[in-house]
Design a protein around this ligand. Structure first.
Ligand SMILES: NC(=O)c1ccc[n+]([C@@H]2O[C@H](COP(=O)([O-])OP(=O)(O)OC[C@H]3O[C@@H](n4cnc5c(N)ncnc54)[C@H](O)[C@@H]3O)[C@@H](O)[C@H]2O)c1
Length: 331
């Protein structure tokens, strides 16, 4: 298949590109703005097998250039960090909503199949049980609200213009190449460096963990087998409290719990996310990686790939970390 993968230089997008090039022989064009979270290094092993266009999804001329010759668009491009959406929502509105609109227009103009990569956060928090595709949308942060707005726009393009558009909503991803502001890589890198591990609130927030390769396979499955107009939830096989994730990381890195430091909670922090994947499983997808195995692989990857994270930990990220947590990272 000839694919336009938007946001393909980010964490999940680059994993998807690797999977499609390696296992499916797809011809891939990546369109990416290369924000702080997007790096060509994430595509190092496939960069000579793809076409790379440096540009923003909200820029119609960049999209027109990138989309030429493609049969489908898969959109990963987004501002993705909840904390950053609280301190500066504007970029989230521009990329997540305006950018999605520009891509939908391009898909409509060229008659392309369109997959929107979305998140369980559009459903908000759930005390018990799991969200299904019928659950009401109740986003609670500027990040999840802009992802919800984009999803509604995608659905409207199916209903109004019969665009063959689909939505795939993933639960919390983890794995190699994830930017270290997110919980798991943050804790792994701090533990490896002997830094304190800042845990929000009481650490009892529950997340439904999905290994990044499983999400990539799920999105590919929706692209190939999904019914236009439908939403598919791609939930991970295991749930875990944040504090338990942190304790497992300490044990995998040979550190003790004295490194844990509880910090002021994020405003409006959702307590629990949980996503039922039964609809996507009915289509033939299954998560292959359980949390124990995936976390061990992830810790090993960060330990073995300092070339990837050292420039991040010594660059702008240091300032972000200091501003956000009010403490400096160890050198
Ligand atoms: N990380 C998760 O746990 C998770 C879970 C479910 C769904 N998602 C969704 O998956 C997608 C990818 O998430 P991720 O964790 O890989 O994010 P990421 O922050 O690692 O990567 C985002 C990518 O989008 C690019 N980008 C940002 N703004 C852009 C713009 N205006 N134009 C073009 N490119 C732009 C960045 O440069 C980067 O390469 C997002 O849509 C996110 O909402 C993420």
């Amino acid at each position: 298949m000839r694919l336009l993968v938007c946001g393909g230089a980010g964490f999940i997008g680059s994993g998807f590109v690797r999977l499609r090039v390696r296992d499916h022989g797809d011809e891939v064009t990546v369109l990416d703005k290369l924000t702080y979270a997007g790096r060509k290094e994430n595509l190092r092993d496939v960069i000579d097998k793809i076409r790379f266009v440096h540009g923003a999804i909200e820029d119609a001329s960049a999209v027109a250039e990138a989309v030429t010759g493609c049969e489908a668009i898969v959109n990963f491009a987004a501002e993705t960090h909840v904390d950053r959406s609280i301190s500066g929502p504007e970029a989230f509105i521009m990329t997540n909503m305006q950018g999605t609109h520009v891509l939908l227009e391009a898909a409509r103009e060229h008659g392309l199949r369109y997959v929107q990569v979305s998140t369980d956060e559009v459903y908000g928090s759930i005390e018990e049980g799991s969200f299904t595709e019928q659950s009401p949308l109740a986003p609670s942060s500027p990040y999840s609200a802009t992802k919800t707005g984009a999803d509604l726009l995608v659905s409207s393009y199916f209903h109004t213009y019969q665009l063959p558009a689909l939505i795939c909503r993933g639960s919390n991803n983890y794995g190699p190449y994830q930017y270290p502001e997110k919980l798991i890589p943050l804790m792994i890198l701090n533990a490896l460096a002997g830094d304190t591990l800042p845990v929000y609130g009481d650490g009892r927030n529950v997340r439904n963990w999905l290994f990044v390769e499983d999400f990539g396979r799920g999105i590919g499955h929706v692209l190939e087998h999904g019914v236009p107009g439908e939403v598919y939830n791609c939930g991970g096989p295991d749930e875990c409290e944040n504090i338990d994730v942190v304790r497992r990381i300490l044990s995998l890195t040979g550190r003790d719990e004295s490194l844990i430091e509880y910090v002021t909670d994020r405003p409006g922090h959702d307590r629990r996310y949980s996503l039922s994947a039964s609809k996507l499983e009915g289509l033939g997808w299954r998560a292959q990686v359980r949390f124990d195995e995936g976390l061990e692989r992830t810790v090993r990857w960060y330990r073995d790939n300092a070339w990837w994270w050292e420039p991040i930990r010594s660059g702008d990220y240091r300032d972000y970390y200091e501003r956000h947590y009010g403490r400096a990272l160890k050198a």
